[in-house]
Write a protein that binds this ligand. Structure first.
Ligand SMILES: [Zn+2]
Length: 469
């Protein structure tokens, strides 16, 4: 059975947070719509657990407790929420449930708006994964470096049986042998074509171009069109469903295409961005000849040659700048790629630059220096406003001011205290960005005319707007 969990708390600022609508009704209809849209959930009973008026800062909530009872008794095996904050607001605690408790209990966890599905996470690459999810999950991977969790799953992995309920693109779950894969011929043909092009010496970008030209569907689109169950059919953040170098790269590095089943993969996440790596071989469970191969081992090894550009420093997060991982494409809303090594450091939207004829994203490169200048300007205005608010909070006669103070979140109060100091900075600093800036969107094409095309979203914007207007 599916457990639908909904939570609302005025004290957490849920009704004036970043989400337009956090009401229970909205959460319920979003979940119901999601469930109705997925063939795999059809006919499966769902039960609702609601905590109306309970803070997400702890787990002492009646609805939550009741749901966990159902989890323990085996009544529900899937939990679905609108987003992580509905489940809880304490990242470490939420992470503990996601990474330790639920996997052990075999619970599938879905956070619709975070694009997170635990069954997809364990088997699919973290590509396209929402930032919230990666930072949440990374907390755990960092903590558990060298100390892999011994879960009930590991026994099955040793024997070469997957526990995730999904299979790599090109394969389907074998209905006869649970945890093994069978070939999905039309998808396997796409995979084979990608390897063929790589073996002919095409780069990942060239391959992506070719696939787009021939209107070959990307994996999630293919799964949606063919109604394939239990596979990645993510609610993609990107409006354009096209192949790009990253997606091709993902296919070319999937060892399963040689016929092996690989379990216990892990991801090392470099703070600020997701970098996908395999666990050391000794920590993986590889079973050769588990299913029909799409490529030979020799072909697989040769194909790795075309994707070496991925190991360039730019992907390893060695260099840094204050707005790292904050600058997003105004069209697809994904974090833009950057090159700090160039004479003029720049950012660009990968799809827009690599796939200009298929993507509606801007294809230009933008100067990081110019963006920083615009952001710094906006930040100063924002800080000046905060300083005014600080005076308001501090200057009001007793009573009124206390009330006002109480109505502000502790984080915002802290920022108000720091605002005058931050205002004294002469340039954009990492610290100021961390405290104040949520996201920066870049719109339009022309980097010379960036003014007005840089949209800065500050933290606490909504909180302030609703309290003081
Ligand atoms: Zn874009």
């Amino acid at each position: 059975m599916i457990g639908k969990y909904e939570r609302l708390s005025i004290s957490d600022g849920d009704l004036d947070g970043r989400d337009e609508n956090n009401s229970i009704e909205h959460q319920r209809s979003l979940i119901d719509e999601f469930l109705a849209s997925k063939a795999e959930f059809r006919g499966i009973e769902a039960e609702e657990y609601v905590d109306d008026g309970y803070s997400g800062k702890n787990f002492d909530r009646p609805g939550f407790r009741k749901m966990m009872e159902s989890v323990k008794s085996g009544r529900i095996d899937t939990i679905i929420v609108k987003d992580f904050t509905r489940f809880g607001r304490e990242n470490t605690e939420v992470g503990k449930y996601l990474e330790q408790i639920f996997p052990v209990l075999g619970i599938r966890f879905i956070a619709i708006n975070n694009n997170y599905d635990s069954s997809a996470y364990y088997s699919e690459s973290a590509q396209g994964m929402d930032e919230t999810v990666s930072s949440l999950v990374s907390t755990f991977h960092r903590r558990d470096v060298g100390k892999r969790l011994h879960t009930a799953n590991e026994e099955k992995w040793k024997q070469g049986y997957s526990t995730s309920g999904s299979a790599p693109f090109g394969y389907l779950q074998d209905p006869e042998r649970k945890g093994r894969y069978v070939l999905d011929p039309p998808a396997a043909e796409i995979v084979r074509k990608i390897f063929d092009l790589a073996l002919e010496g095409c780069t990942t970008s060239q391959i992506a171009h070719r696939l787009n030209e021939e209107k070959v569907p990307i994996a999630s689109e293919y799964n949606r069109i063919y109604g394939i169950q239990g596979k990645e059919r993510q609610y993609s953040l990107t409006p354009d469903k096209i192949w790009n170098a990253g997606k091709v790269w993902k296919i070319l590095t999937t060892y399963e295409y040689t016929g092996a089943i690989v379990l216990g993969k892990s991801r090392v996440i470099v703070p600020g961005r997701t970098v996908i790596r395999k666990n050391a071989p000794r920590d993986q469970y590889v079973t050769e000849n588990a299913h029909e191969a799409i490529v030979t081992h020799e072909e697989f090894e040769r194909a790795q040659g075309v994707i070496q550009y991925r190991t360039k420093g730019e992907y390893l997060g060695k260099k840094d700048f204050p707005l790292r991982s904050k600058i997003r494409c105004g069209h697809c809303h994904r974090v833009m790629a950057h090159d700090l090594g160039a004479a003029e450091p720049v950012v660009w939207c990968r799809d827009g630059r690599e796939m200009p004829q298929y993507s509606n994203c801007p294809s230009g490169q933008y100067s990081i220096r110019l963006i920083e200048k615009q952001v710094f300007q906006a930040l100063r205005e924002w800080l000046e406003l905060l300083v005014c608010l600080k005076e308001m909070v501090g200057a009001e006669p007793s009573g009124g001011s206390e009330q006002l103070k109480d109505s502000l979140s502790p984080e915002l109060m802290q920022l108000l205290t720091l605002a005058p100091d931050l205002l004294r900075e002469k340039a954009l600093t990492k610290e100021a960005v961390k405290l104040t800036i949520d996201r920066v969107y870049v719109h339009g094409e022309n980097m010379k005319r960036l003014k007005g095309n840089v949209e800065v979203r500050f933290r606490f914007e909504k909180e302030i707007a609703t309290r003081f207007q």
